[in-house]
Design a binder for this molecule. Structure first.
Ligand code: ADP
Length: 452
C-alpha cells in the first residue's frame, strides 16, 4: 500500500471517528433534552387538568375518564391488541392510594411518604388533595414532535456526510503534499545510484521535509565534489608518477644502448627521481592510513621550542642557499606538550618547505610557538612569500592534490592534506591566513579536545 493511500486513510479514519462521535453525542443530548422538554410540558397540562377537575367535582371520582377525553391519558386497550402508550404520570389521592396508575405504580397501591414528597402536590382551597408522581416513562411524541426530532437527525447525518467528504478531499490533498518531496528524493537517489551524483531536489517547505531536501542537496553536491576531486587526484598522481619514471626509463635505455656514459651525475639524477617516487608513495600511504583511522601516534611530552629548533636545523641549509632568513620565536611560558614529535615535525617540515617554495630571495620565514590558556599550544609558520589567492585559500587542505600541474620538484602535493590529518588526530586544528603579495601564515592549535 502506497504511503499516500495510508496517509489518506489515516486522515479519513481520524476525521470519520471524530465526526461520528460528535454526531452521536449531539444526537443523544438533543434527544434527552427534547424528551425532558416534553415531560415538563405534559406535566404542566396534567397537573392543571387534575386540579381543575377536583375543584369542579370535589372528588377524584371519574377523573380518569375526563383525562382520557382530554387526550391526557392513553385510551383503553383491548386485550390482545398493541401494548398501551407509556404513561408518564400517576395520580395519588389524599389517602396515598394510586387512583391513576402508571409505570411501577399499580392501581390502589399505597405510596410511601418519602415517594410522595418527590411528587407534585395538588392544592385545592389550601388543602393538599392529591399528588402527581412522575413515572419515568417517556410520553409518546406527537406527530409534529416526531417530525422535529427526525429533521434534527437528518441534519446531523447530512453534516456528518459533508464532513466525511471534506475530510477525504483534505486527506488526499495533504497526503499528496506530504509525499511529493519524498517522491522527488526517491527519483533523485535513483539517478545518483545510476552514477549522476550531482542532483538537486526542490526545497518545497521550511519543515523537516524541507530540511531533508536541503541536506540531500548538500550531500549530493559534496559527493559530486569528492568524486571530482578523487578523479583529479588520480590524474595528478598518474602525472607525478609518470615524470620520474620517464626520466629513469629514458636514462636506463640510453645507458643500456651505450648512447650515454654512466657518469656519477646521471646516477644522482636517477636517485633524485627515485626519492621523489619514494616520497610520493610514503605520502599516499600516510594519507590512506589516516583515512582508515590506522595512523598510530606515539605521543610523548615534547618541548615546543626544541621541536621548532629541530625543524629549523633541517631546513636551515636550504633557506640559506635561497637567501631566505629562517628564524624561531617562542613564548616564555612554554611547557612540555604531549604529542607525536616525529609526526609534528613532518607537519611543520611540510609547511616550511611550502613556505620556502613560495617565498622569494630576501624573504623571511618564522616558526613560532606560544601558550594560550586554557592548555592550548599554538604553533605557526609565517612567511613573506607570494601569499595564497583568496579563491584557492578555502581548498588548500583538500586532497585535490594541487592545481599547479606545471610545477616540478620533490613535493608530493598532498602535504597540507597530510598536515591536517595529523593535526586532527592530535585533537587540534590547522588553518591558513594569507594576503596575496604579502605572505601567508599557517596556524596549528593543539589541546582543543581536552577543553571542556
Ligand atoms: P603542494 O605540493 O602543491 O604545495 P600542498 O598541499 O602542500 O601541496 O599545498 C597546496 C597548495 O597551497 C599549494 O599548491 C599552494 O598553492 C598553496 N600553498 C601552500 N603553502 C603556501 C605558502 N606558504 N604560500 C603560498 N601558497 C601556499
Amino acid at each position: 500500500m502506497k504511503l499516500t493511500h495510508k496517509l489518506t486513510l489515516a486522515f479519513l479514519l481520524t476525521s470519520l471517528i471524530a465526526i461520528g462521535l460528535a454526531a452521536i453525542f449531539v444526537g443523544i443530548t438533543t434527544s434527552i433534552g427534547f424528551n425532558q422538554y416534553i415531560v415538563d410540558q405534559r406535566q404542566g397540562q396534567f397537573v392543571s387538568a387534575v386540579t381543575d377537575y377536583y375543584r369542579l367535582h370535589g372528588s377524584w371520582k371519574g377523573v380518569d375518564n375526563a383525562l382520557r377525553q382530554q387526550g391526557l391519558l392513553p385510551p383503553f386497550v383491548q386485550p390482545g391488541s398493541a401494548p398501551p402508550d407509556p404513561q408518564p404520570f400517576a395520580l395519588v389521592d389524599q389517602n396515598r392510594a394510586v387512583i391513576i396508575p402508571g409505570g411501577q405504580y399499580q392501581p390502589g397501591e399505597k405510596i410511601k411518604e418519602g415517594t410522595l414528597a418527590k411528587g407534585f402536590g395538588i392544592e385545592v382551597n389550601g388543602l393538599v388533595v392529591g399528588t402527581v408522581l412522575v413515572t419515568g416513562q417517556t410520553p409518546a411524541r406527537s406527530a409534529i414532535e416526531t417530525k422535529y426530532i427526525n429533521s434534527v437527525i437528518q441534519s446531523l447525518l447530512v453534516a456528518a456526510l459533508g464532513g466525511g467528504v471534506i475530510a477525504l478531499l483534505l486527506g488526499v490533498f495533504l497526503a499528496r503534499t506530504l509525499t511529493h518531496p519524498l517522491r522527488d528524493l526517491t527519483a533523485a537517489t535513483r539517478e545518483m545510484a545510476g552514477g549522476k551524483l550531482e542532483q538537486r531536489v526542490p526545497v518545497r517547505s521550511k519543515d523537516e521535509l524541507g530540511e531533508l531536501a536541503e541536506s540531500f542537496n548538500q550531500m549530493s553536491a559534496d559527493l559530486a565534489r569528492a568524486n571530482q576531486s578523487r578523479r583529479q587526484m588520480t590524474a595528478d598522481i598518474a602525472h607525478d608518477l609518470r615524470n620520474p619514471l620517464t626520466v629513469i626509463g629514458g636514462y636506463l635505455e640510453s645507458l643500456q644502448d651505450g648512447k650515454l656514459k654512466p657518469t656519477p651525475e646521471r646516477f644522482v639524477t636517477m636517485q633524485i627521481e627515485v626519492q621523489h617516487l619514494q616520497r610520493l608513495v610514503d605520502d599516499l600511504r600516510t594519507l590512506s592510513l589516516a583515512d582508515a583511522g590506522e595512523l598510530a601516534l606515539y605521543c610523548q611530552p615534547t618541548a615546543p621550542a626544541d621541536l621548532l629548533e629541530r625543524v629549523k636545523t633541517a631546513y636551515q641549509h636550504q633557506a640559506e642557499e635561497r637567501g631566505i632568513c629562517l628564524d624561531v620565536k617562542t613564548g616564555t611560558n612554554l611547557v612540555e606538550f604531549s604529542m607525536d614529535a616525529e609526526r609534528m615535525e613532518q607537519v611543520l617540515g611540510n609547511l616550511v618547505s611550502n613556505a620556502l617554495r613560495y617565498t622569494p630571495e630576501g624573504g623571511e620565514i618564522r616558526l613560532s610557538a606560544l601558550w594560550q590558556d586554557p592548555g592550548r599550544l599554538v604553533l605557526s609558520v609565517w612567511d613573506t612569500g607570494s601569499g595564497i589567492p583568496p579563491e584557492i585559500l578555502p581548498h588548500i587542505f583538500e586532497r585535490s592534490y594541487r592545481g599547479d600541474l606545471s610545477r616540478s620538484g620533490g613535493e608530493s602535493g598532498l602535504g597540507l592534506a597530510i598536515a591536517r590529518s595529523i593535526v586532527e588526530l592530535h585533537g587540534g586544528n590547522i588553518h591558513a591566513e594569507s594576503r596575496p603579495g604579502e605572505g601567508s601564515q599557517f596556524v596549528i592549535t593543539l589541546g582543543l579536545s581536552t577543553e571542556k
